[in-house]
Design a protein around this ligand. Structure first.
Ligand code: ADP
Ligand code: MG
Length: 742
């Protein structure tokens, strides 16, 4: 039975959901500080600290019904207790209890001081713990105790910790689960009705979702008793508990939907905003023709998907509001050409463009390609960390003059002294390697006031990613982007043969590799670590430095093995990369610095050591370094035999498919959105309960509704939408600049 709300408390002026948490009964200043340190500052924070799971304590068992290994709850009476001293001032607390059906032993190896004094014979307690049969007598070690409760009291009054399905929270250090449940129970009783409804009523009603107060109560202390009372089968009860554990109840739905709705409305609104911002339009004075000419210089014909992406970008560039577009295409699908050609359009009409890549190796590769392909037609420059000062000064003058050029570089582009006069098109390659702030900084370099109208002009922006973004993520983390997808691969690619390799199979793999090397091809060996000192306790991890030695001396003495890793100076790195490109090195041992972009078509072998340490998408990226030429390529995922069992299941996906989209979906399912997006994008998804994979259906509904709301009441002025508007204002999440309603 959920706690009842006393109407008198809700009218008390002191009881609001913003009340500091220390004023909840049972908290006080000391625990209040513990809560606050974990981000639970107000009552509202407490009430929205949701359970991560549930435990069935609806049924109080009899001692005679206990069975080994089951977590169970029983009501018993203390019959005896004794403290057994051990060495070094430690002791064991041993308590005997019984009900009418049998006896139960309780044991503590580190009993809190003074605890024994509470177990006076005759005391009624309710005990929850995992049963261990010891000489055919039940025992529990370190059980949870509810004091002074008999089964009768539980039935009559309702309790937070026993006689119900109880919530399970992420533990806060210093607050035992029992106390935490009690505190929440009190907080709900006094404050749940003070939570304000932000969600417009019509959406709640349309989906038949419970009110906020009800949902919050039910999510903490779900009411499953009715089912049991009504004599419903055990199976039905088990189903009800399963639904809770799966977050599949009306209360969960309500809160999940609300999280999605609030988020979707915001990002859709931001997108609308962007459409009302200003940017210079391109494509009307010769740019398209120039782009066609450049296309003719390519040594290949564009794929249909490349052409489509180019058309979509050109359409965006022709608008007077800034483009904000993502090109997603699998490794090797030819995104770079799309970036270069559209930059050509902009340059032809007098604009400056910048392409930022995450590593120097990649920036240099892009630069060389651009010069090779379009050198005579486009002014292409490069700026990376090691660019000498004299060159920087010359380059700076060009940027400041406003002359049309394409500047390719690393994050050196976003450093302070770099000033463009007329940066109108920014491109970011391998966007997942950059943080939100870095992307923004580059965009800011292109903001300026329009000379004639004084309006703030923004640059167009295009981001490139080889980690395809599953649709659910695209709608959330990247909801304000237009997306172009390149699915079609350039013709003539032969699918890579992939194998997960464990144990002795490694020897055979080495022979396959030798065969390829003899044919004149090259191989990458990727390791998760640079050197052994990084491993800290994982001494069995192979490191790049040590393995480069071994491979050279023992495995491939007849070939040249090179080493590349992120701790090398950038000159050294490019020297090694150049030697590999020229086939002076046949084997390149490396860390994941070659993960992105590197293009050496003669390399046909990719070996990844400790594959189990990488995410699927990252492995797929690494694999994409081969299969770039016209020869058959191979990828070997080496996994230690020990971990093979648990990881082979996910690595299997890589054996089965080369389709980056399928792999990304699997990766997202396995690792969840936080891991998938990586720490650099953390904070992108602010959901407490909602999970974009599990709750995909609610996400789509919420998005549709948010879209409708944005159409019908863009500035949230209608009375039923005012609470939502106040929510955004309170949270400071939205500078509520008015959207034009035309
Ligand atoms: P990614 O999308 O992974 O960045 P790249 O742009 O590096 O891929 O392209 C991979 C390789 O494919 C490059 O060598 C590039 O020249 C080549 N390429 C790109 N487009 C085509 C095409 N339409 N036909 C043939 N080869 C192409
Ligand atoms: Mg690329």
């Amino acid at each position: 039975m959920p706690p009842k709300v006393k109407s008198s408390t809700t009218s008390s002026p002191s009881a609001t959901s913003e009340t500091p948490v220390q004023f909840v009964k049972g908290v006080g200043p000391r625990l209040g500080a513990v809560f606050t340190s974990r981000g639970i500052v107000t009552v509202k924070d407490l009430l929205t600290f949701f359970p991560r799971s549930y435990e069935d304590r609806t049924r109080l068992l009899k001692v005679s019904e206990l069975s080994d290994g089951e977590k169970s709850t029983v009501a018993v009476r203390v019959t005896n207790s004794k403290k057994i001293p051990l060495k070094m001032g430690r002791s064991i607390l041993d308590v005997s209890t019984a009900d009418e059906s049998g006896t139960l032993g309780l044991k503590w190896f580190h009993a809190p001081r003074g605890m024994e004094s509470r177990f006076t014979p005759g005391t009624q307690i309710i005990v929850t713990g995992t049963v261990k049969m010891f000489m055919s007598r039940p025992q529990m070690v370190h059980p949870e105790i509810a004091w002074g409760l008999s089964s009768q009291v539980v039935e009559e009054k309702g309790q937070p910790n026993v006689g119900r399905v109880v919530p399970v929270y992420t533990e806060l250090e210093g607050i035992p689960s029992r106390s935490f449940r009690k505190i929440l129970w009190e907080a709900l009783e006094k404050f749940s009705e003070t939570l304000t409804e932000d969600l417009p009523i019509r959406y709640r009603e349309a989906h038949q979702l419970p009110k906020l107060g009800e949902a919050v109560k039910a999510i903490h202390f779900p009411d499953t008793e009715e089912g049991v009372d009504a004599g419903t089968s055990k199976a039905a009860n088990a189903q009800a508990i399963q639904d809770l554990v799966d977050f599949n109840t009306p209360a969960h739905a309500r809160l999940i939907y609300e999280e999605f709705f609030k988020f979707e409305y915001l990002i859709l609104r931001q997108r609308l905003h962007m459409e009302q911002e200003h940017a210079p339009a391109f494509g009307t004075s010769g740019g398209k023709k120039a782009m066609q000419d450049l296309t003719g210089l390519l040594p290949f014909k564009l794929t249909g998907d490349q052409q489509k992406a180019i058309d979509e970008i050109a359409t965006d560039l022709s608008q007077t509001h800034p483009m904000n577009r993502l090109i997603q295409g699998d490794v090797g699908s030819g995104k770079t050409a799309v970036a270069f050609l559209t930059a050509g359009l902009v340059l032809a009409e007098g604009g400056q463009a910048a392409l930022m890549a995450p590593t120097e190796i990649l920036a240099e590769q892009h630069y060389r390609n651009a010069v090779k392909l379009f050198g005579g037609r486009l002014a292409v420059h490069m700026l990376v960390g090691k660019t000498p000062q004299s060159e920087r000064i010359q380059l700076q003058a060009k940027l400041a003059s406003g002359m049309p050029l394409l500047l390719i570089g690393t994050h050196a582009l976003i450093e302070d002294p770099v000033v463009f006069k007329n940066l109108v098109f920014v491109m970011i390659d391998e966007q997942h390697r950059f943080g939100v702030e870095q992307r923004r900084t580059l965009r800011r370099k292109g903001m300026r006031a329009d000379a004639q109208t004084g309006k703030l002009l923004q640059p167009h922006s295009l981001i490139l990613t080889a980690t395809p973004i599953p649709r659910t993520l695209a709608l959330t983390a990247y909801g304000d982007l237009g997306v172009s997808t390149i699915r079609e691969m350039p013709p003539g690619r032969i699918p890579i043969i992939s194998k997960v390799i464990q144990g002795n199979a490694r020897i055979r793999a080495y022979e396959t590799i030798r065969g390829e090397l003899i044919k004149g091809h090259q191989a990458y060996f990727i390791y998760p670590l640079v050197n052994d000192s990084e491993a800290e306790g994982f001494t069995s991890l192979k490191s790049a430095v040590a393995e480069a030695e071994t491979l050279q001396q023992e495995v491939f003495p007849e070939f040249k093995v090179g080493l590349l890793h992120g701790q090398m100076k950038s000159d050294e790195k490019s020297a090694v990369m150049d030697r590999f490109k020229r086939n002076e090195l046949q084997v390149l041992v490396s860390t994941t610095v070659v993960e992105v972009g590197v293009d050496v078509p003669n390399a046909t072998i990719m070996v990844i050591e400790h594959s189990e340490r990488f995410g699927l998408s990252q492995l797929h990226q690494l694999r994409g370094r081969v299969g770039r030429g016209s020869a058959q390529s191979y990828c070997f995922f080496f996994a230690s035999a020990k971990v093979a069992e648990m990881t082979s299941l996910r690595l299997d996906v890589l054996e089965e498919t080369n389709d980056g989209f399928k792999i990304a979906e699997a990766d997202l399912r396995i690792r969840g959105p936080g891991e998938f997006l990586g720490t650099r994008q953390a904070g992108g998804l602010p959901f407490k309960l909602a999970d974009i994979v599990r709750d995909r259906d609610w996400l789509l509904k919420a998005r549709e509704d948010a879209q409708e709301l944005l159409k019908t009441d863009p500035n949230l002025e209608q009375s039923e939408n005012l609470p939502l508007r106040r929510y955004y204002e309170r949270e400071g999440k939205l500078q509520f600049e008015r959207l034009k309603t035309s």
